[in-house]
Design a protein around this ligand. Structure first.
Ligand SMILES: [Ca+2]
Length: 382
């Protein structure tokens, strides 16, 4: 009974009260008197919120127009890297894009073509983007991954050669070659379209292998195999922490003794114990970044300044456009920023040693190399 009375009051009496109040002169006098105070309180609260937000967020990453300067001729840019001084390295495919008929199964279709005759490794000035050095002609069949380690050595993967090469700083002849040229395989002396290399500061290194093997291999500084983990998946749905459907990019988080893998077709980033302090722990699962909003994870690069992973992704079922993303390594792994939507196909990413410049290599013209800059000295930001 009480409930019914309450409902009647609510339906009839309440709107009636409001209606009558509209004719109440004193009510409107009260509203007019207190209105300016109310507005100033709301404004004060808004200013407070904005100040809190700008204090919490770094200035945004912005595309640097007119980079690189000059006549830099590039094919598909499959790899980018930055050295300790901030200079940029690019690994590109010149006049040989990865096409439908490039492979017969996993074997390069036309070895008689020989290697690409252009210089496919370029060094670019960090400020202007002008090419200061170039080499690599007559060595590569289909460039993929590029890494520069802390000592300035250059590491490459070639998906047609199925090889990993290391070039000592300043040298144009490989000092270390892993895998058999043009022969794919899944044993310990072969790769199958290897995608990327990550090198720790103690010299130990990791290889992501690759399009047709689902594994990560760890080596000593001199190239002795120390371990491997992961199984190959051909489904878009992952069934375990270390089944990979194209492990496409690697980044080390040495402060946590962690190596993270962009598990491309599973749209996730999987992080494992790098075993740098205890090799027996190598490959133990540590954490995951996943969820449809990530898209297919093409490339990742860790930045210790912000304790974040910068990533470029491609469209998946949940996400329709390729994107540049910042993933929170310190917290729960959420996406902190989406700093770009790409119409083109981004393929690799590298962050500068000071953490304020990002370089993205892309597969489709007209934009094949892009620079993003975070203006940390922006006077507008406290
Ligand atoms: Ca790279």
């Amino acid at each position: 009974m009480t409930g019914t009375v309450f409902r009647v009051l609510l339906i009839v009496a309440l709107p009636m009260g409001c209606f009558l109040r509209a004719f109440d002169y004193k009510y409107w006098e009260y509203v007019i008197d207190t209105y300016p105070e109310l507005i100033s309180k709301i404004k004060e609260a808004q200013l407070h919120d904005e100040a809190m937000e700008s204090a919490a967020l770094p200035p945004p990453l912005e595309l640097v127009e007119d980079f690189p300067h000059g006549d830099v001729r590039l094919g598909q840019v499959s790899g980018v890297a930055v050295d300790q001084s901030g200079d940029i390295y690019v690994f590109h495919r010149a006049d040989r894009p990865w096409a439908q008929d490039t492979f017969n199964g996993n074997v390069f279709n036309n070895p008689k073509q020989g290697p690409i005759q252009s210089n496919v490794i370029l060094k670019l000035n960090k400020k202007t983007g002008e090419v200061t050095e170039s080499f690599g002609s007559g060595k590569f069949y289909l460039p993929h991954g590029l890494t520069v380690d802390n000592d300035g050595n250059i590491w490459t993967t070639d998906v047609a050669l199925h090889q990993v090469l290391k070039f000592e700083k300043g040298s144009q002849t490989p000092s270390l070659t892993l895998g058999e040229a043009l022969v794919p395989g899944s044993d310990t002396s072969h790769f199958c379209k290897p995608t990327d290399v990550a090198v720790a500061s103690n010299g130990e290194f990791f290889v992501a292998d690759g399009y047709c093997n689902g594994r990560v291999l760890k080596y000593s500084a001199t190239g002795t195999l120390l371990g491997q983990w992961g199984t190959r998946s051909t489904s878009n749905v992952a069934t375990s922490d270390d089944d990979f459907n194209i492990p496409h990019s690697l980044t080390l988080v040495e402060g946590r003794d962690m190596i993270c893998v962009a598990d491309r077709e599973h749209s996730r980033v999987q992080c494992f114990n790098a075993g740098l302090t205890d090799n027996n722990s190598t490959g133990e699962f540590m954490r995951s970044f996943h969820g449809g909003a990530l898209g297919k994870m093409f490339a990742i690069s860790y930045d210790p300044h912000g304790d974040v992973i910068y990533a470029v992704s491609g469209p998946n079922q949940s996400m329709r456009k390729a994107a540049g993303l910042t993933l929170d390594m310190a917290g729960t792994g959420v996406i902190l920023e989406k700093w770009e939507n790409f119409d083109e196909q981004p393929h690799d990413i590298a962050v500068s040693p000071d953490g304020i410049d990002l370089y993205v290599g892309l597969l489709s013209p007209p934009r094949l190399l892009e620079k993003f800059h975070r203006d940390v000295e922006d006077p507008m930001v406290g």
